[in-house]
Design a protein around this ligand. Structure first.
Ligand code: SER
Length: 323
């Protein structure tokens, strides 16, 4: 029986992964954790929740023992934009936190899911259809933490036989919880502003091409990889996955099919633009498709239609209950 601990359960992915895992494995078998109980009311009400500071290793080991955990989805992480404002803080969360999870998992024999990112690539990586194995050399502190994390995960697998698996997520588009300070956040904010105001000011250039993925594919991908036959996994960790390759102007055109008067203008943030410029335009995800059957369900058209429908209904409801 799976007994799962999710770190970073209050983040963009965690808030949706927890109910998805609970539906699949049973509510009581999925322990959500976050750095504070504030803002966690909904999670606390709907199943087991623990406050967890991932920089404290003993607390992780204690929780694994207390709840008889055998699998950790380690989502707690700082993102690229926030990381440039606080590189040492990012190091503490992303790398001290990861090594604590790996050590606690080594001591207790847990499997681990570690989400990496397109941020592991840098200016010297091939730009288009970036291969699974190629030059990485990232320049953002976030990318440096993710490539180091990938190597640490490989090390713990090779050295200690730990079952660690992971994906390189592109920008994640979702409608339940906002992302926390990433370079790809424009692709989420644009929907909120399109619905609320009919216009959006984008912090990336109109032609910045970055791969994106819609939340239902994020959830399905993570669980499918964790359930995959290990004998078929040649890479195990750091699989490129891709679903939607898009620029701000292409996303605008797609939104305009539903909101014809929608307008975008640009006020470039030099820090996040430099990060976006250092990342691939698109990824080659052949290895994920071949080794564990990765197949995204949402393309650009389907994602935009669903985002506008679901978010539109929610924002309307929030507005009318506030009135
Ligand atoms: N969404 C992340 C960011 O922009 C990339 O993994 O930082």
């Amino acid at each position: 029986m799976k007994r799962i601990l999710v770190t970073g359960a209050l983040g963009q992915i965690g808030t949706e992964l927890v109910p998805y895992l609970r539906e699949k494995y049973g509510t009581d078998n999925v322990i959500a954790s976050g750095k504070s109980a504030n803002g966690s009311e909904k999670l606390i009400e709907t199943g087991p929740f623990e406050v967890l500071d991932i920089t404290v290793r003993e607390r992780i080991t204690d929780l694994i023992g207390k709840h008889k955990i055998n699998t950790v989805y380690h989502l707690a992480s700082m993102l690229s934009g926030t990381g440039e404002a606080n590189p040492l803080g990012l190091w503490e969360v992303n790398l001290d936190g990861l090594i604590n999870i790996l050590e606690a998992s080594r001591e207790t024999g847990c499997s681990v899911f570690f989400p990496s990112s397109i941020a592991v690539f840098g200016p010297d990586s091939p730009k288009d259809k970036t291969p699974q194995n190629t030059i990485t050399r990232p320049t953002s502190i976030y990318g440096i933490s993710k490539i180091t994390g990938e190597l640490l995960c490989d090390y713990y697998h090779n050295r200690y036989g730990l079952d660690i698996r992971g994906l390189r997520y592109p920008g994640v588009i979702s409608n339940a919880t906002l992302p926390g300070g990433g370079t790809t956040d424009y692709a989420v904010h644009i929907f909120y502003d399109a619905i609320r105001h009919g216009r959006y000011t984008c912090f990336l250039r109109e032609n910045s091409s970055i791969d994106m993925i819609y939340m239902p594919d994020v959830l399905e991908g993570a669980v499918k990889l964790m359930e995959a036959d290990p004998g078929k996994l040649r890479h195990r960790n750091a699989f490129n996955v891709s679903a939607i390759t898009v620029t701000p102007s292409e996303l605008t055109e797609e939104i305009k099919k539903h909101i014809p008067d929608f307008k975008i203008d640009y006020d470039i943030d030099p820090v996040r633009q430099a990060i976006a410029d250092s990342w691939p335009n698109s990824l080659d995800d052949t290895a994920a498709r071949a080794e564990w059957g990765w197949e995204p369900g949402y393309n650009l058209e389907m994602m935009v239609e669903d985002m506008l429908k679901v978010l539109g209904a929610r924002l309307k409801q929030t507005k009318s209950s506030a009135e």
